[in-house]
Write a protein that binds this ligand. Structure first.
Ligand code: ZN
Length: 499
Protein backbone atom coordinates (compact mmCIF):
# COMPACT_ATOMS: atom_id res chain seq x y z
CA UNK A 1 0.00 0.00 0.00
CA UNK A 2 1.25 3.45 -0.86
CA UNK A 3 1.37 5.33 2.44
CA UNK A 4 1.58 8.71 0.75
CA UNK A 5 -1.24 11.00 1.90
CA UNK A 6 -1.00 13.49 -1.02
CA UNK A 7 -3.66 14.06 -3.69
CA UNK A 8 -2.94 13.53 -6.53
CA UNK A 9 -0.64 10.64 -5.64
CA UNK A 10 2.95 11.37 -6.66
CA UNK A 11 5.06 9.25 -8.96
CA UNK A 12 7.26 8.01 -6.12
CA UNK A 13 7.10 8.46 -2.36
CA UNK A 14 9.83 7.03 -0.17
CA UNK A 15 9.24 7.34 3.57
CA UNK A 16 12.43 7.77 5.64
CA UNK A 17 13.14 7.59 9.35
CA UNK A 18 12.55 10.57 11.56
CA UNK A 19 10.63 13.80 11.57
CA UNK A 20 11.15 17.40 10.67
CA UNK A 21 9.82 19.49 13.55
CA UNK A 22 7.55 22.22 12.30
CA UNK A 23 7.80 25.70 13.77
CA UNK A 24 4.84 26.69 15.92
CA UNK A 25 1.90 27.64 13.70
CA UNK A 26 3.09 25.18 11.07
CA UNK A 27 4.55 27.84 8.78
CA UNK A 28 7.15 25.94 6.83
CA UNK A 29 7.73 28.59 4.15
CA UNK A 30 10.41 30.29 6.27
CA UNK A 31 12.36 27.09 6.64
CA UNK A 32 11.91 25.76 3.13
CA UNK A 33 14.90 25.68 0.82
CA UNK A 34 13.98 26.04 -2.85
CA UNK A 35 16.43 25.10 -5.57
CA UNK A 36 16.32 25.29 -9.34
CA UNK A 37 18.04 22.37 -11.02
CA UNK A 38 17.93 22.00 -14.80
CA UNK A 39 18.67 18.26 -14.58
CA UNK A 40 15.07 17.69 -13.47
CA UNK A 41 13.11 16.97 -16.59
CA UNK A 42 9.75 18.72 -17.16
CA UNK A 43 8.80 22.14 -15.89
CA UNK A 44 6.08 20.76 -13.59
CA UNK A 45 8.27 18.05 -12.09
CA UNK A 46 9.80 18.43 -8.65
CA UNK A 47 11.66 16.64 -5.88
CA UNK A 48 10.73 17.19 -2.26
CA UNK A 49 13.12 15.98 0.44
CA UNK A 50 12.10 16.13 4.07
CA UNK A 51 14.88 15.26 6.52
CA UNK A 52 15.14 15.93 10.26
CA UNK A 53 17.31 18.97 9.41
CA UNK A 54 15.57 20.61 6.51
CA UNK A 55 12.94 20.61 3.78
CA UNK A 56 14.33 21.01 0.27
CA UNK A 57 12.20 21.49 -2.81
CA UNK A 58 13.93 21.18 -6.18
CA UNK A 59 12.56 21.74 -9.68
CA UNK A 60 13.77 22.88 -13.06
CA UNK A 61 11.32 25.80 -13.17
CA UNK A 62 9.23 27.96 -10.81
CA UNK A 63 6.14 26.05 -11.94
CA UNK A 64 7.61 22.81 -10.58
CA UNK A 65 8.43 24.53 -7.29
CA UNK A 66 4.80 25.66 -7.07
CA UNK A 67 3.47 22.14 -7.75
CA UNK A 68 5.85 20.72 -5.15
CA UNK A 69 4.74 23.32 -2.66
CA UNK A 70 1.14 22.07 -3.01
CA UNK A 71 2.36 18.65 -1.90
CA UNK A 72 4.17 20.19 1.03
CA UNK A 73 1.11 22.25 1.95
CA UNK A 74 -0.95 19.06 2.20
CA UNK A 75 1.74 17.24 4.20
CA UNK A 76 2.07 20.12 6.66
CA UNK A 77 -1.69 20.26 7.08
CA UNK A 78 -1.78 16.53 7.82
CA UNK A 79 1.24 16.53 10.14
CA UNK A 80 0.43 15.40 13.68
CA UNK A 81 1.85 17.19 16.73
CA UNK A 82 3.98 19.48 14.57
CA UNK A 83 6.02 16.56 13.24
CA UNK A 84 6.46 16.21 9.49
CA UNK A 85 7.42 12.62 8.59
CA UNK A 86 10.66 12.43 6.64
CA UNK A 87 10.32 11.34 3.04
CA UNK A 88 11.57 11.85 -0.49
CA UNK A 89 9.04 12.54 -3.20
CA UNK A 90 9.88 12.57 -6.89
CA UNK A 91 6.97 13.65 -8.97
CA UNK A 92 5.82 14.63 -12.44
CA UNK A 93 2.46 14.64 -14.26
CA UNK A 94 1.11 11.86 -16.45
CA UNK A 95 -0.64 14.25 -18.87
CA UNK A 96 0.35 17.77 -19.86
CA UNK A 97 -3.16 19.21 -19.41
CA UNK A 98 -5.32 18.88 -16.27
CA UNK A 99 -8.23 21.22 -16.72
CA UNK A 100 -11.55 22.27 -15.26
CA UNK A 101 -14.31 24.00 -17.20
CA UNK A 102 -16.00 26.96 -15.57
CA UNK A 103 -19.26 27.97 -17.25
CA UNK A 104 -19.87 31.67 -16.63
CA UNK A 105 -22.47 31.88 -19.41
CA UNK A 106 -25.38 30.12 -17.67
CA UNK A 107 -24.64 31.45 -14.20
CA UNK A 108 -21.90 33.88 -13.49
CA UNK A 109 -19.62 33.50 -10.48
CA UNK A 110 -18.04 36.66 -9.06
CA UNK A 111 -14.32 37.35 -9.48
CA UNK A 112 -13.71 36.35 -5.84
CA UNK A 113 -15.61 33.11 -6.38
CA UNK A 114 -13.47 32.35 -9.43
CA UNK A 115 -10.34 33.02 -7.34
CA UNK A 116 -11.49 30.43 -4.79
CA UNK A 117 -12.10 27.89 -7.57
CA UNK A 118 -8.59 28.55 -8.87
CA UNK A 119 -7.18 28.07 -5.34
CA UNK A 120 -8.96 24.73 -5.02
CA UNK A 121 -7.86 23.57 -8.45
CA UNK A 122 -4.26 24.62 -7.80
CA UNK A 123 -4.14 22.56 -4.58
CA UNK A 124 -4.58 19.45 -6.73
CA UNK A 125 -2.10 20.61 -9.39
CA UNK A 126 -4.59 21.42 -12.15
CA UNK A 127 -3.02 23.69 -14.73
CA UNK A 128 -5.85 24.94 -16.92
CA UNK A 129 -9.16 26.73 -16.55
CA UNK A 130 -11.33 26.33 -19.64
CA UNK A 131 -13.53 29.39 -19.32
CA UNK A 132 -16.87 29.14 -21.13
CA UNK A 133 -17.77 32.81 -21.58
CA UNK A 134 -20.28 32.82 -24.42
CA UNK A 135 -23.43 30.78 -24.90
CA UNK A 136 -27.15 31.05 -25.60
CA UNK A 137 -27.77 32.42 -22.10
CA UNK A 138 -25.22 35.23 -22.09
CA UNK A 139 -22.03 36.82 -23.38
CA UNK A 140 -19.78 37.52 -20.42
CA UNK A 141 -16.84 39.71 -21.43
CA UNK A 142 -16.81 43.46 -21.92
CA UNK A 143 -16.63 44.46 -25.58
CA UNK A 144 -15.94 48.00 -26.66
CA UNK A 145 -15.99 47.04 -30.33
CA UNK A 146 -19.41 45.37 -30.08
CA UNK A 147 -21.11 47.05 -27.09
CA UNK A 148 -24.48 45.41 -27.71
CA UNK A 149 -22.87 42.13 -26.62
CA UNK A 150 -23.04 43.68 -23.15
CA UNK A 151 -26.10 45.94 -23.24
CA UNK A 152 -28.20 43.19 -24.87
CA UNK A 153 -26.24 39.92 -24.95
CA UNK A 154 -25.13 39.87 -21.32
CA UNK A 155 -28.63 39.92 -19.83
CA UNK A 156 -31.64 37.66 -20.02
CA UNK A 157 -35.22 38.14 -19.02
CA UNK A 158 -35.46 35.74 -16.07
CA UNK A 159 -34.57 32.08 -15.74
CA UNK A 160 -36.64 29.06 -16.69
CA UNK A 161 -33.96 26.40 -16.32
CA UNK A 162 -35.62 23.03 -15.81
CA UNK A 163 -39.05 24.66 -15.71
CA UNK A 164 -38.22 26.58 -12.50
CA UNK A 165 -39.19 30.20 -13.11
CA UNK A 166 -37.19 33.08 -11.72
CA UNK A 167 -38.14 36.59 -12.82
CA UNK A 168 -35.96 39.67 -13.33
CA UNK A 169 -33.07 40.83 -15.44
CA UNK A 170 -30.34 38.26 -14.94
CA UNK A 171 -26.73 38.38 -16.06
CA UNK A 172 -23.78 40.71 -16.28
CA UNK A 173 -20.29 40.61 -17.68
CA UNK A 174 -16.69 40.78 -16.55
CA UNK A 175 -14.89 44.00 -17.39
CA UNK A 176 -11.61 43.67 -19.26
CA UNK A 177 -9.82 44.70 -16.06
CA UNK A 178 -11.54 41.88 -14.19
CA UNK A 179 -10.66 39.40 -16.93
CA UNK A 180 -7.02 40.46 -16.73
CA UNK A 181 -7.15 40.14 -12.95
CA UNK A 182 -8.53 36.58 -13.23
CA UNK A 183 -5.93 35.60 -15.85
CA UNK A 184 -3.15 37.08 -13.67
CA UNK A 185 -4.39 35.37 -10.54
CA UNK A 186 -4.60 32.02 -12.32
CA UNK A 187 -1.11 32.53 -13.78
CA UNK A 188 0.24 33.14 -10.28
CA UNK A 189 -0.90 29.56 -9.53
CA UNK A 190 0.47 28.28 -12.85
CA UNK A 191 -3.02 27.79 -14.25
CA UNK A 192 -3.59 29.04 -17.78
CA UNK A 193 -6.98 30.41 -18.74
CA UNK A 194 -8.28 29.19 -22.10
CA UNK A 195 -11.40 31.09 -23.16
CA UNK A 196 -14.18 29.47 -25.15
CA UNK A 197 -16.16 31.48 -27.67
CA UNK A 198 -18.62 28.82 -28.77
CA UNK A 199 -19.59 28.94 -32.48
CA UNK A 200 -21.37 28.46 -34.87
CA UNK A 201 -24.05 27.20 -32.42
CA UNK A 202 -24.77 28.25 -28.83
CA UNK A 203 -24.87 31.85 -30.07
CA UNK A 204 -28.36 33.11 -29.13
CA UNK A 205 -26.84 35.86 -26.94
CA UNK A 206 -24.66 37.05 -29.84
CA UNK A 207 -27.57 36.95 -32.30
CA UNK A 208 -29.85 38.80 -29.86
CA UNK A 209 -27.20 41.55 -29.90
CA UNK A 210 -26.45 41.46 -33.64
CA UNK A 211 -29.23 39.61 -35.55
CA UNK A 212 -27.52 40.40 -38.87
CA UNK A 213 -25.00 37.66 -38.01
CA UNK A 214 -27.72 35.05 -38.40
CA UNK A 215 -28.94 33.50 -41.64
CA UNK A 216 -32.33 35.19 -41.73
CA UNK A 217 -32.13 38.24 -39.47
CA UNK A 218 -35.22 38.85 -37.37
CA UNK A 219 -35.47 38.77 -33.62
CA UNK A 220 -33.43 36.63 -31.28
CA UNK A 221 -33.45 36.56 -27.50
CA UNK A 222 -30.91 35.67 -24.86
CA UNK A 223 -32.16 32.27 -23.77
CA UNK A 224 -33.57 31.77 -20.30
CA UNK A 225 -33.28 27.97 -20.25
CA UNK A 226 -30.77 25.25 -21.09
CA UNK A 227 -30.69 22.95 -24.10
CA UNK A 228 -29.83 23.03 -27.76
CA UNK A 229 -31.25 25.81 -29.91
CA UNK A 230 -31.42 26.14 -33.69
CA UNK A 231 -29.75 29.59 -33.65
CA UNK A 232 -26.54 29.65 -35.71
CA UNK A 233 -24.06 32.19 -37.01
CA UNK A 234 -24.48 32.30 -40.79
CA UNK A 235 -21.58 30.46 -42.42
CA UNK A 236 -22.37 31.78 -45.89
CA UNK A 237 -21.87 35.52 -45.36
CA UNK A 238 -18.35 36.93 -45.49
CA UNK A 239 -19.55 39.77 -43.23
CA UNK A 240 -20.06 37.24 -40.41
CA UNK A 241 -16.50 35.93 -40.66
CA UNK A 242 -15.28 39.54 -40.68
CA UNK A 243 -17.24 40.11 -37.47
CA UNK A 244 -15.73 37.02 -35.84
CA UNK A 245 -12.24 38.25 -36.77
CA UNK A 246 -12.94 41.64 -35.19
CA UNK A 247 -14.27 39.99 -32.03
CA UNK A 248 -11.22 37.73 -31.77
CA UNK A 249 -8.93 40.72 -32.37
CA UNK A 250 -10.51 42.39 -29.37
CA UNK A 251 -10.63 39.33 -27.11
CA UNK A 252 -7.34 37.53 -27.84
CA UNK A 253 -5.07 40.13 -26.19
CA UNK A 254 -6.83 39.43 -22.88
CA UNK A 255 -5.68 35.81 -22.88
CA UNK A 256 -1.95 35.02 -23.14
CA UNK A 257 -2.60 31.29 -23.58
CA UNK A 258 -1.58 29.79 -26.90
CA UNK A 259 -4.98 28.06 -27.03
CA UNK A 260 -8.46 29.35 -27.81
CA UNK A 261 -11.51 27.09 -27.66
CA UNK A 262 -14.00 27.81 -30.43
CA UNK A 263 -16.69 25.29 -29.47
CA UNK A 264 -18.37 23.66 -32.45
CA UNK A 265 -20.72 21.46 -30.44
CA UNK A 266 -24.48 21.01 -30.70
CA UNK A 267 -25.11 23.00 -33.89
CA UNK A 268 -28.28 21.71 -35.61
CA UNK A 269 -28.11 22.90 -39.21
CA UNK A 270 -31.75 23.71 -40.06
CA UNK A 271 -31.06 27.43 -40.50
CA UNK A 272 -28.15 26.80 -42.90
CA UNK A 273 -30.33 24.54 -45.06
CA UNK A 274 -32.82 27.38 -45.50
CA UNK A 275 -30.34 30.22 -46.07
CA UNK A 276 -29.58 31.49 -49.57
CA UNK A 277 -26.02 32.42 -48.64
CA UNK A 278 -25.21 29.14 -46.91
CA UNK A 279 -26.78 27.09 -49.71
CA UNK A 280 -24.90 29.09 -52.38
CA UNK A 281 -21.58 28.47 -50.66
CA UNK A 282 -22.31 24.77 -50.18
CA UNK A 283 -23.18 24.36 -53.90
CA UNK A 284 -20.22 26.46 -55.07
CA UNK A 285 -17.81 24.34 -53.03
CA UNK A 286 -19.52 21.07 -53.96
CA UNK A 287 -20.25 20.22 -50.35
CA UNK A 288 -22.21 17.07 -49.62
CA UNK A 289 -23.99 18.47 -46.58
CA UNK A 290 -23.99 21.20 -43.94
CA UNK A 291 -21.50 19.32 -41.75
CA UNK A 292 -18.98 20.12 -44.48
CA UNK A 293 -20.03 23.74 -44.20
CA UNK A 294 -19.29 23.64 -40.47
CA UNK A 295 -15.90 22.14 -41.24
CA UNK A 296 -15.25 24.97 -43.73
CA UNK A 297 -16.36 27.55 -41.14
CA UNK A 298 -14.18 25.97 -38.42
CA UNK A 299 -11.13 25.90 -40.67
CA UNK A 300 -11.55 29.59 -41.51
CA UNK A 301 -11.59 30.51 -37.82
CA UNK A 302 -8.70 28.15 -37.03
CA UNK A 303 -6.63 29.61 -39.87
CA UNK A 304 -7.22 33.09 -38.55
CA UNK A 305 -6.17 32.01 -35.06
CA UNK A 306 -3.07 30.42 -36.55
CA UNK A 307 -2.18 33.70 -38.25
CA UNK A 308 -2.28 35.26 -34.77
CA UNK A 309 0.01 32.59 -33.32
CA UNK A 310 -2.86 30.81 -31.57
CA UNK A 311 -4.06 27.22 -31.66
CA UNK A 312 -7.68 26.17 -31.68
CA UNK A 313 -9.48 23.62 -29.55
CA UNK A 314 -12.84 22.30 -30.80
CA UNK A 315 -15.48 19.90 -29.44
CA UNK A 316 -15.49 16.52 -31.19
CA UNK A 317 -18.68 17.22 -33.19
CA UNK A 318 -16.49 19.45 -35.36
CA UNK A 319 -15.07 16.24 -36.88
CA UNK A 320 -18.41 15.08 -38.32
CA UNK A 321 -17.43 16.01 -41.88
CA UNK A 322 -14.02 14.38 -41.60
CA UNK A 323 -10.55 15.12 -40.34
CA UNK A 324 -9.23 18.48 -39.22
CA UNK A 325 -5.52 19.38 -39.31
CA UNK A 326 -3.55 17.82 -36.44
CA UNK A 327 -2.59 21.27 -35.08
CA UNK A 328 -6.20 21.59 -33.90
CA UNK A 329 -6.83 19.97 -30.53
CA UNK A 330 -10.10 18.06 -30.23
CA UNK A 331 -12.02 17.84 -26.98
CA UNK A 332 -13.96 14.59 -26.75
CA UNK A 333 -17.12 14.59 -24.62
CA UNK A 334 -19.81 12.43 -26.24
CA UNK A 335 -20.72 10.38 -29.28
CA UNK A 336 -18.92 8.10 -31.66
CA UNK A 337 -15.22 7.91 -30.82
CA UNK A 338 -14.27 6.87 -34.35
CA UNK A 339 -13.63 10.38 -35.70
CA UNK A 340 -11.68 11.32 -32.56
CA UNK A 341 -9.55 8.19 -32.86
CA UNK A 342 -8.88 9.07 -36.50
CA UNK A 343 -7.79 12.54 -35.42
CA UNK A 344 -5.39 10.92 -32.94
CA UNK A 345 -4.10 8.51 -35.58
CA UNK A 346 -3.43 11.52 -37.84
CA UNK A 347 -1.16 13.08 -35.22
CA UNK A 348 -3.77 15.25 -33.49
CA UNK A 349 -4.09 15.70 -29.74
CA UNK A 350 -7.21 15.16 -27.67
CA UNK A 351 -8.48 16.50 -24.38
CA UNK A 352 -10.59 13.81 -22.78
CA UNK A 353 -13.71 14.83 -20.89
CA UNK A 354 -16.08 11.98 -21.55
CA UNK A 355 -19.46 12.96 -20.17
CA UNK A 356 -20.26 9.87 -18.15
CA UNK A 357 -17.03 10.17 -16.19
CA UNK A 358 -15.96 13.79 -16.21
CA UNK A 359 -19.12 15.92 -16.12
CA UNK A 360 -19.04 17.17 -12.56
CA UNK A 361 -22.41 18.89 -12.90
CA UNK A 362 -24.15 15.48 -13.04
CA UNK A 363 -25.52 13.89 -9.86
CA UNK A 364 -23.36 11.39 -7.98
CA UNK A 365 -26.03 8.77 -8.62
CA UNK A 366 -25.08 8.91 -12.32
CA UNK A 367 -21.39 9.54 -11.81
CA UNK A 368 -20.17 8.33 -8.42
CA UNK A 369 -16.79 9.67 -7.38
CA UNK A 370 -15.20 6.26 -7.98
CA UNK A 371 -16.34 6.37 -11.61
CA UNK A 372 -14.64 9.71 -12.27
CA UNK A 373 -11.55 8.37 -10.50
CA UNK A 374 -11.41 5.25 -12.64
CA UNK A 375 -11.61 7.13 -15.94
CA UNK A 376 -8.90 5.92 -18.27
CA UNK A 377 -8.94 8.18 -21.32
CA UNK A 378 -8.21 6.48 -24.64
CA UNK A 379 -6.10 3.75 -22.99
CA UNK A 380 -4.67 2.51 -26.29
CA UNK A 381 -3.45 5.94 -27.41
CA UNK A 382 -2.02 7.72 -24.35
CA UNK A 383 0.54 9.51 -26.53
CA UNK A 384 -2.27 11.41 -28.29
CA UNK A 385 -4.02 12.44 -25.07
CA UNK A 386 -3.06 16.03 -24.29
CA UNK A 387 -4.91 15.75 -21.03
CA UNK A 388 -8.19 15.54 -19.18
CA UNK A 389 -10.87 17.97 -18.16
CA UNK A 390 -13.73 17.95 -15.70
CA UNK A 391 -16.65 20.22 -16.56
CA UNK A 392 -18.93 22.33 -14.39
CA UNK A 393 -21.76 23.33 -16.70
CA UNK A 394 -23.81 25.78 -14.71
CA UNK A 395 -27.43 25.51 -15.81
CA UNK A 396 -28.24 24.37 -12.27
CA UNK A 397 -25.23 25.76 -10.45
CA UNK A 398 -26.61 29.04 -9.19
CA UNK A 399 -24.65 29.59 -5.98
CA UNK A 400 -21.05 29.28 -4.86
CA UNK A 401 -22.00 26.60 -2.32
CA UNK A 402 -23.50 24.53 -5.12
CA UNK A 403 -20.44 25.12 -7.32
CA UNK A 404 -18.14 23.86 -4.58
CA UNK A 405 -20.09 20.72 -3.82
CA UNK A 406 -20.30 19.80 -7.50
CA UNK A 407 -16.62 20.61 -8.09
CA UNK A 408 -15.12 19.06 -4.96
CA UNK A 409 -13.94 16.42 -4.54
CA UNK A 410 -14.55 15.53 -8.21
CA UNK A 411 -11.82 17.95 -9.29
CA UNK A 412 -9.42 16.03 -7.05
CA UNK A 413 -10.44 12.71 -8.63
CA UNK A 414 -10.01 14.21 -12.11
CA UNK A 415 -6.66 15.65 -11.02
CA UNK A 416 -5.46 12.19 -10.08
CA UNK A 417 -6.65 10.83 -13.46
CA UNK A 418 -4.56 13.51 -15.14
CA UNK A 419 -1.51 13.55 -12.87
CA UNK A 420 -0.95 10.06 -11.45
CA UNK A 421 0.36 7.14 -13.46
CA UNK A 422 -2.21 4.38 -13.86
CA UNK A 423 -0.12 1.98 -11.79
CA UNK A 424 -0.12 4.44 -8.88
CA UNK A 425 -3.91 4.79 -8.70
CA UNK A 426 -6.00 3.11 -6.01
CA UNK A 427 -9.48 4.33 -5.22
CA UNK A 428 -9.46 3.22 -1.58
CA UNK A 429 -6.27 5.19 -0.94
CA UNK A 430 -7.59 8.23 -2.84
CA UNK A 431 -10.88 8.11 -0.91
CA UNK A 432 -9.07 8.00 2.43
CA UNK A 433 -6.66 10.77 1.48
CA UNK A 434 -9.18 13.19 0.04
CA UNK A 435 -11.40 12.74 3.10
CA UNK A 436 -8.51 13.83 5.30
CA UNK A 437 -7.96 16.92 3.13
CA UNK A 438 -11.55 18.19 3.37
CA UNK A 439 -10.76 20.40 6.39
CA UNK A 440 -7.92 21.97 4.40
CA UNK A 441 -10.39 22.80 1.64
CA UNK A 442 -12.78 24.20 4.25
CA UNK A 443 -10.02 26.45 5.56
CA UNK A 444 -9.77 27.79 2.01
CA UNK A 445 -13.50 28.61 1.97
CA UNK A 446 -14.48 25.50 0.00
CA UNK A 447 -17.15 23.10 1.31
CA UNK A 448 -16.99 19.86 -0.70
CA UNK A 449 -19.91 17.48 -1.18
CA UNK A 450 -20.52 15.37 1.95
CA UNK A 451 -18.66 12.04 1.98
CA UNK A 452 -21.88 10.00 2.24
CA UNK A 453 -23.03 11.36 -1.16
CA UNK A 454 -19.92 10.32 -3.11
CA UNK A 455 -21.19 6.82 -3.88
CA UNK A 456 -24.48 8.21 -5.16
CA UNK A 457 -26.44 5.96 -2.81
CA UNK A 458 -27.27 8.32 0.06
CA UNK A 459 -30.85 9.58 0.50
CA UNK A 460 -29.65 13.06 -0.46
CA UNK A 461 -27.92 11.77 -3.60
CA UNK A 462 -31.13 9.98 -4.58
CA UNK A 463 -33.15 13.17 -4.08
CA UNK A 464 -30.60 14.99 -6.27
CA UNK A 465 -31.10 12.40 -8.99
CA UNK A 466 -34.88 12.75 -8.80
CA UNK A 467 -34.54 16.53 -9.09
CA UNK A 468 -32.19 16.14 -12.05
CA UNK A 469 -34.68 13.89 -13.88
CA UNK A 470 -37.52 16.27 -13.11
CA UNK A 471 -35.57 19.25 -14.46
CA UNK A 472 -34.53 17.41 -17.61
CA UNK A 473 -38.08 16.36 -18.41
CA UNK A 474 -39.63 19.71 -17.36
CA UNK A 475 -37.09 21.46 -19.59
CA UNK A 476 -38.20 19.21 -22.49
CA UNK A 477 -34.58 19.00 -23.65
CA UNK A 478 -34.83 15.67 -25.41
CA UNK A 479 -38.03 16.43 -27.41
CA UNK A 480 -36.61 19.84 -28.41
CA UNK A 481 -33.42 18.24 -29.67
CA UNK A 482 -35.41 15.60 -31.58
CA UNK A 483 -37.38 18.44 -33.19
CA UNK A 484 -34.11 20.19 -34.21
CA UNK A 485 -32.80 17.02 -35.83
CA UNK A 486 -36.09 16.34 -37.63
CA UNK A 487 -36.19 19.88 -39.00
CA UNK A 488 -32.56 19.69 -40.14
CA UNK A 489 -33.19 16.44 -42.01
CA UNK A 490 -36.41 17.77 -43.61
CA UNK A 491 -34.72 20.93 -44.89
CA UNK A 492 -31.64 19.04 -46.10
CA UNK A 493 -33.84 16.71 -48.17
CA UNK A 494 -35.84 19.65 -49.49
CA UNK A 495 -32.61 21.23 -50.78
CA UNK A 496 -31.34 17.97 -52.27
CA UNK A 497 -28.59 17.28 -49.67
CA UNK A 498 -27.96 13.92 -48.06
CA UNK A 499 -28.82 15.11 -44.49
ZN1 ZN B 1 -26.60 31.38 -43.68
Amino acid sequence: MNPCPIVPAPRTYRPCDGFFLLPSGGNVVRLLTKKLDSSISGEESYRLEITPDDVVLTASAPCGLFRGFQSLKQLVFLAKDGRLPCAVIEDSPRFAVRSFLLDSARHMPSVEEIFRMIDGAALFKLNRMHWHVSDDQGFRIESEVFPRLNTVGSYRDGDTFGGEKKPGRIGGYYTKEQVKEIVRYAASKYIEVVPEFDMPGHVSAILASYPELSCHGGEYCVRTEGGIFPDLLCAGKQSVMNWIVQLLDEMLPLFPSEFVHIGGDEAPKGQWYSCEDCLRLMREKGMKNAEELQQYFTLQVCDYLKSKGKRAIVWNESLKAGALPPQITVQYWLGDKKTTLEHMAGGGQVIASEMKYMYADYPFFMTPLSKTYRYDPFPHHPEAVAGVETTLWSEYITTEARLHEMAFPRIAAAAEVGWTEKTGKKYARFHRNIKRLLPLLRSMGIAAAPVRDWSGASPRALREMARFLHRTSAGKMVPRQMQNIKEEKRLARLQGFSD
